[in-house]
Write a protein that binds this ligand. Structure first.
Ligand code: GLU
Length: 510
C-alpha cells in the first residue's frame, strides 16, 4: 500500500454501541494493525438532538475492554485533534461556501410546510418525492430565485439550509473493497442538506471533510452507509479531493440467528444473549440491556467470534488470538453476504478461551462471588478446584454453582439419582464404604480407586451400582469431575464424613 493506512471508527453517541458496531471497530483495528497504520476514533456528534448522556464513555469503555484501543481519539489525542465533531464545528462552513461558489451547492429557504406540500404534490402525481434536479426549480432556493431576492433573504436573516446540487443524469461509480464496483445514477439520489439552518453540518458534509482532513485512507463501515457513499464520492469530487479519496469497504449486516433481517435488541432478549458489549442503563427510562462483559464473556472470545462473523480465514482455523487475527485479516476475505449470529458458537468460543485462562485468572473473575457465598478457600485449593471443573462450563461465573460441594456440605441431593439409585441396601453400603475409605493411608486417586474396587468386590456388587450413589453422597450432584480425583481433592475426612451423613439423611428411593 503506497500511502499510510489510516482508518477510523466514527460512531455517533446516540446510545449503547451495538455489537455490529463493535465488529466494525474491530475490523478497522485489525486492518490498521495489519498494515502498520493508525486506528482513529472519531465521535460524530453533529446531531445534538440525538445525543445520549454516557454514550461516548460507553464507546471508550467497550473498546478498552476488548483491547482494541484507538491510536488517536478524544481521549488519546493526536495530530488531527479535536476528534469530536462538536468541537470542530467552525471548520465545516467554509467547505459549504466553497461548494456554493463552485456551483455545486445552493441555498434553500423552503419552510417545513413548503417541503411537505412538495412531497404531497409529487406523491399525488406518483413521482418520487425528492428535492432534486426535477423538483428544485419549483422550490425556493438560490437557483430558482433571483440573485437580489436571495441576497435580500440572507440579509434579512431568513433561515436557510445549504443543499448539494446533483446533476440530473450522471452515473456515479466507485470501487468497494468488499462489494466490487458500485454504480448509482444521480436520478436515484437527492439534493441532500449539507449545512443545516443552525449553520451546523449534516453527517455527510462533516464526515467527508473530516475523513479528508484526517487523511483517512480507507473507510470501513457498515452496509447501512452504502447508500450515502455515492453522495460522498461526489462531495470529494466537487471539493477537489478526488485524488486522495479514501477507499471504501462496506461490511454486511449482522443477521438474526434465523438469517432474516438485522440482529436487534429484541432478538437478544428473546434468545438470551446480549447485543451490546457492555451492560447499558438507559439514562431516560432506566431500562437495563445486558452486555457481553457482565454476562461473563471474555473479551478475547468476543473478538474472535465477531471476527469470524463476516470474515473467513483462508483455512479452517477458528481460534485466533487478537495478534493472529491482525496477521490473518484481509478485506478480500470479508463476505458480501450477511453473517448470522450464532449464540451457541459464541458460548463455544467462551468455553475455549476459558480453558486457556490460568486458574489464578479465573479465581480473580469469581472472587467476589466466592466471597459473597461465605466461602473462604485456600488459594491453592481454589485453583485446583477450578482446574478440575473448568472443562465443564462455558463461563467462569458458572464455576461456583457446579463446584459448590468443594466449599460446603451438599445442601440437597439430586432427586433423580436418589429415586433411581438409592435403593434399600445403598445407605448401609455407603456407610460401610465410608469405613473402608477411612482406612486408605495415602488418600490419592489411585489408592482410593483400588480401595473402592476391593470394597465393591467384597460386597459382590458391580462398581457401577455404587459409583453414582457415592458421587451423590459426597457432592449431591448426578455428575461432575472424574470421581477419584474429585475425592482426592476433597480429602479423606470430608469424604468419609459425607458418606456417613448421606447414609443417614437420604431417604431410600424405594
Ligand atoms: N457516524 C456514523 C455512524 O454512526 C458513521 C458512519 C461512517 O463510518 O461513515 O455510524
Amino acid at each position: 500500500m503506497d500511502n499510510k493506512v489510516r482508518v477510523r471508527f466514527a460512531p455517533s453517541p446516540t446510545g449503547p454501541l451495538h455489537i455490529g458496531g463493535v465488529r466494525t471497530a474491530l475490523y478497522n483495528y485489525l486492518f490498521a494493525h495489519k498494515h502498520g497504520g493508525d486506528f482513529i476514533l472519531r465521535i460524530e456528534d453533529t446531531d445534538q438532538k440525538r445525543f445520549v448522556e454516557g454514550a461516548e464513555d460507553y464507546i471508550n469503555e467497550a473498546l478498552a475492554w476488548l483491547g482494541i484501543s484507538p491510536d488517536e481519539g478524544v481521549r488519546e489525542g493526536g495530530a488531527f485533534a479535536p476528534y469530536k465533531q462538536s468541537e470542530r464545528m467552525s471548520m465545516y462552513k467554509q467547505y459549504a461556501d466553497q461548494l456554493i461558489e463552485s456551483g455545486h451547492a445552493y441555498y434553500a429557504f423552503d419552510t417545513p410546510e413548503e417541503l411537505d406540500e412538495m412531497r404531497q404534490k409529487l406523491e399525488a402525481a406518483r413521482m418520487s418525492a425528492k428535492y432534486d434536479a426535477t423538483s428544485r426549480m419549483s422550490m425556493k432556493n438560490s437557483l430558482s430565485l433571483s440573485a437580489d431576492e436571495v441576497q435580500r433573504r440572507i440579509d434579512n436573516g431568513d433561515p436557510y439550509v445549504v443543499r448539494i446540487k446533483l446533476p440530473r443524469q450522471e452515473e456515479v461509480r466507485f470501487h468497494d473493497e468488499v462489494r466490487g464496483w458500485v454504480v448509482v445514477h444521480t436520478n436515484q439520489m437527492d439534493d441532500k442538506v449539507l449545512l443545516k439552518q443552525d449553520g451546523l453540518p449534516t453527517y455527510h458534509l462533516a464526515n467527508v471533510v473530516d475523513d479528508h482532513i484526517m487523511e483517512i485512507s480507507h473507510v470501513i463501515r457498515g452496509e447501512e452507509w452504502l447508500p450515502s457513499a455515492p453522495l460522498h464520492v461526489l462531495l470529494y469530487r466537487y471539493l477537489g479531493w478526488e485524488d486522495t479519496m479514501p477507499k471504501f469497504a462496506h461490511l454486511s449486516l449482522l443477521l438474526k440467528p434465523n438469517g432474516k433481517g438485522k440482529l436487534s435488541k429484541r432478538d437478544g432478549d428473546a434468545g438470551g444473549f446480549p447485543v451490546f458489549p457492555l451492560e447499558w442503563k438507559d439514562p431516560k427510562t432506566g431500562d437495563i440491556s445486558s452486555g457481553y462483559r457482565e454476562s461473563g464473556y471474555l473479551p478475547e472470545a468476543v473478538n474472535n467470534m465477531l471476527a469470524l462473523l463476516g470474515w473467513h480465514p483462508s483455512d479452517n482455523q477458528e481460534l485466533f488470538a487478537l495478534e493472529e487475527l491482525v496477521q490473518a485479516f484481509s478485506l478480500e476475505k470479508v463476505s458480501k453476504s450477511g453473517a448470522k449470529f450464532d449464540v451457541d458458537k459464541a458460548r463455544w468460543f467462551n468455553h475455549k478461551y476459558l480453558q486457556e485462562r490460568s486458574s489464578e485468572d479465573i479465581a480473580s473473575l469469581i472472587a467476589s462471588d466466592i466471597e459473597s457465598r461465605g466461602w473462604n478457600p485456600e488459594a491453592t485449593y481454589l485453583h485446583q478446584v477450578i482446574d478440575m471443573v473448568k472443562e465443564k462450563v462455558n463461563f467462569a461465573k458458572d464455576i461456583p454453582n457446579v463446584a459448590n460441594f468443594f466449599f460446603e456440605e451438599p445442601k440437597s441431593y439430586d432427586e433423580k439419582v436418589v429415586r433411581k439409585k438409592w435403593k434399600n441396601d445403598v445407605p448401609g453400603l455407603i456407610s460401610e464404604l465410608g469405613d473402608a475409605l477411612a482406612q486408605v493411608e495415602d488418600f490419592n486417586a489411585s489408592s482410593i480407586q483400588s480401595a473402592f474396587e476391593a470394597f465393591a468386590a467384597s460386597k459382590e456388587k458391580s462398581t457401577g451400582s455404587i459409583m453414582q450413589p457415592m458421587r451423590l453422597a459426597v457432592s449431591g450432584q448426578a455428575g461432575g469431575p472424574p470421581i477419584f480425583e474429585m475425592l482426592e481433592l476433597l480429602g479423606k475426612d470430608t469424604v468419609v464424613r459425607r458418606l456417613k451423613t448421606a447414609s443417614e439423611v437420604i431417604p431410600s428411593g424405594e
